[in-house]
Design a binder for this molecule. Structure first.
Ligand code: NAD
Length: 404
């Protein structure tokens, strides 16, 4: 990505708490950029409209104009958008991801000292999830019960596969689960590129290939094919090395990965994985998985480090460069407009954006400010504190400005 000194960054403030957190996060980002670069670099913010604000302006929740702006400027920072209730409306977030083919949903989950966690060793949680974003049952290809389309599919399936002995009522609604080698491979490549960039020692594929042989099992197979393009070793290779050299020479896979400069690659069945991240989160670093598994895993991991108010995310197409960095929580209608929402999810998503732009010094000083604030017990009410959105942002800004 070639980044000018004053890149144009789109922003969508979002609905509900988006209006509370966005102005605060933006204020913080401008201060941090100025602190690092003085007058040499700055963000040219370009406001785009989607969701409620857009609907009030032009009767559309997501206009072609907004999609065109997001497409042109490549990088967007976004607050949460409300999905209108009722049939016929698709989630705006899912629509944006599909329109721009943002195939990788990247969710780093990291524990900050001082934050309450329901697990014993939260300090061991430092995991980045790469969730495939465009395929799987989540693509929303569904046919309602008793519609001609569903009936046609049922007839086709019963004839072709002669599954009549399996209980399959004619009244079934049907969902389609597409998983392709192309879709899997580009996602898994992005996960390995991240592992190399961040010097990580372990990449884990999470799937239900034991049950869904061709879709989730396909994901597993294609993922291992990509692994062989990278400096990796598998569990089988590890066991062979161990058998040859003795346990002392290769105590554990991570140790071996470190000493050899390689990445240990393995796979875990999704249900077991959800247990493992509670018992042994230290065993995982980068995780690549399908869309629906990734959805569950992201929220489960977020809960281990303080909840969705502090979990960042990005949707990226690493080939075109399009990226939307976004708060992972929703519009929180129960607390919207009260000035008490936690801006951390959006702020941490902004940090991912600065890293993506190569402005890593900016993300470093904001991260340091957050680490210090949480250690001092300063946080919003969702994390057990008493600060408002703007008070918490003020604390971060004062920490940043204290730096030489
Ligand atoms: P939600 O994330 O809005 O709220 C769930 C709970 O978390 C609520 O109790 C809320 O108060 C709390 N919460 C969320 N963000 C918080 C924050 N920053 N600080 C403190 N507490 C916070 O989920 P929901 O209620 O299921 O969804 C509400 C709306 O948001 C729906 O219209 C949904 O479609 C939409 N949504 C949007 C996105 C997105 O834009 N990426 C994601 C999820 C949901």
């Amino acid at each position: 990505l070639i980044v000018p000194d004053a890149p144009t960054i789109n922003y969508i403030s979002g609905d509900g708490v988006g209006q509370d957190i966005f102005p605060q996060a933006k204020r913080l980002f401008d201060v941090a950029v100025e602190q690092v670069y003085g007058n040499h670099k700055k963000i040219e913010w370009h406001q785009c409209f989607a969701g409620q604000e857009s609907f009030e302006m032009n009767g559309q929740y997501l206009s072609d104009e907004t999609v065109a702006e997001i497409s042109e400027n490549l990088v967007t920072l976004k607050g949460p958008l409300m999905t209108p209730v009722g049939e016929g409306f698709r989630s705006l977030n899912v629509t944006l991801r599909q329109k721009l083919d943002l195939y990788a949903c990247v969710r780093p989950v990291e524990y900050f000292d001082g934050i309450e966690s329901p697990i014993k060793n939260p300090q061991n949680v430092d995991i980045t999830i790469f969730r495939e974003n465009t395929e799987d049952i989540y693509a929303g290809i569904e046919f309602a019960s008793r519609t001609p389309e569903a009936q046609k599919l049922i007839k086709f399936i019963s004839n072709e596969l002669q599954i009549n002995k399996i209980r399959f009522p004619e009244s079934s609604a049907i969902g389609v689960k597409p998983v392709s080698p192309e879709g899997t491979k580009r996602l898994v490549r992005a996960a390995f590129d991240e592992a190399l960039k961040k010097s990580k020692q372990r990449v884990t594929f999470v799937h239900k290939g034991n049950i869904m042989k061709f879709t989730e099992g396909g994901f597993r197979k294609w993922a291992y094919e990509i692994a062989s393009d990278y400096p990796t070793f598998t569990k089988l290779e590890f066991d062979q090395i161990k058998a040859k050299s003795g346990i002392e020479a290769a105590k554990d896979a991570k140790g071996l990965a470190l000493s050899e400069g390689k990445i240990f690659v393995d796979d875990v069945i999704a249900d077991n994985f959800l247990q493992q991240i509670i018992i042994h989160p230290e065993n995982f670093e980068i995780v690549a998985t399908l869309n629906l598994n990734g959805d569950y895993i992201s929220d489960a991991l977020a809960a281990e480090v303080g909840g969705i108010g502090i979990a960042p995310g990005a949707n990226i197409n690493f080939e075109t460069g399009h990226a939307i960095f976004e708060a992972t929580h929703g519009t929180a209608p129960d607390i919207a407009g009260q000035g008490k929402a936690n801006p951390s999810s959006l702020i941490l998503s902004g940090l991912m954006m600065f890293d993506y732009l190569g402005w890593t010094e900016v993300s470093k000083i904001i991260k340091k400010a957050m680490v210090d604030a949480f250690k001092e017990g300063r946080c919003t009410s969702d994390l057990g504190g008493s600060m408002s959105t703007s008070e918490f942002t003020d604390v971060l800004i004062s920490h940043i400005q204290m730096k030489p």
